[in-house]
Design a protein around this ligand. Sequence first.
Ligand SMILES: Cc1cc2nc3c(=O)[nH]c(=O)nc-3n(C[C@H](O)[C@H](O)[C@H](O)COP(=O)(O)OP(=O)(O)OC[C@H]3O[C@@H](n4cnc5c(N)ncnc54)[C@H](O)[C@@H]3O)c2cc1C
Ligand code: SF4
Ligand code: SF4
Length: 371
Amino acid sequence: MTVAYRRTHNEMPADVEEVEQAEEEGIRFSFLTVPVEVVGENGHVRGLKCLRAELVKREGSDRMSPRPVEGSDFIMDVDAVIVAIGQRVDVDCMTDGLCDLKWTRRTTFDVNMVSMETSEPGVFAGGDAVTGPATVVEAIGAGKRAAEAIDRYLSGMPQPKMPPVPVRRRRVEQLTVPATTKMALKRPEMPLLNLDRRRVTFQQVELGYSENQVREEARRCLRCDVCMRCGKCVEVCRDKMGVDALQLGYLDFDHPVATDFRHTEDVCILCGACATNCPNDAMRIADVDGERILSLCGTILNRQKLQYCRECGAVLGPAKYLDFVRNRTRNMTRLTGDRDLCEKGARQKEAAKLQTEGAVPGGPGTQPTRR
Ligand SMILES: Cc1cc2nc3c(=O)[nH]c(=O)nc-3n(C[C@H](O)[C@H](O)[C@H](O)COP(=O)(O)OP(=O)(O)OC[C@H]3O[C@@H](n4cnc5c(N)ncnc54)[C@H](O)[C@@H]3O)c2cc1C
Ligand code: SF4
Ligand code: SF4
């Protein structure tokens, strides 16, 4: 079988895999080929007259257009021709008894998109005949809306004016995945029916993933239902904290960078500013089993050991965070100079020291502390 196509491989409106799989199955492609006439003999198809084409730029269009080359005609030997050059609604067969049907400018059914009812009362439409070429899932959705509306129509109930508001039924828990694993996971290859059967049957070709492959796929998920890609976390870390630990190009449209979840571990001080400013609980920071852990939709961006106050055992934070605070407040207070003490512990130590020295707090020899 040969596919005659007016443009080249690059302009084909098909998924790359689809074209590759067709080639594997022995389909040939004749590019820059414009069919102009079916040649018949004794009532049978004998050939397809075609012209060669060249691509030219047309004003107002980004897509290169094919221009037939004069005198380049040739006959392709064929015994059957399948015409597949787009689709349209056959209006003529719909007019009989359906005079009130209205059509859009693209000659598709003009329907109320909530109920899928046409301008002819009691007649409903959905799918490609309404949207133009679309997808199976859109056609199924339209069918579902139409079925509900038909039920209301037959029960004498009024049709809703607005589409139903989507309701979240439940929130799927986030899967915990280390940043390195997240970066290493690749989309698994789809197992296919063997080539011999693909050529001669109409059996399903893509056989589906194994359970393990499905689980691996789930671990690649970026959870766009949780992280709404507002970019606040990146902004806060870079502009407010001055740390710039989040290299997440897929949610930072103004500063396109390659996403690298592993980058955060090297730079992040685990201050939690990103998590505090995240409007949707996508960025989380938590102290678990002696560690402070920062995660984005389950992807562990950073985890570091916690330090505790040596006086009272209170959590101080990870060493990197304490160093950051100490550097920032070096000239402001003496208390933060001691990394092993919380503020309360530092005050207790200071008071004990003053008592030992016999000094009065606030008197000569002591320094005021600032909070
Ligand atoms: C080559 C190709 C590849 C595609 N690949 C994909 C894909 O990978 N994924 C995807 O989601 N979508 C794909 N689509 C789109 C998808 O097939 C359509 O969006 C979907 O089938 C539309 O469903 P529908 O019920 O509206 O129309 P159709 O599936 O076209 O069904 C319309 C039915 O109505 C019948 N009919 C027509 N006129 C009359 C009449 N007068 N009386 C009675 N019956 C009539 C037709 O015979 C047909 O059975 C592809 C489409 C094409 C052409
Ligand atoms: S993690 Fe939160 S703050 Fe960051 S982009 Fe997602 S929703 Fe916005
Ligand atoms: S916790 Fe880390 S990533 Fe978040 S704002 Fe602080 S330094 Fe940046």
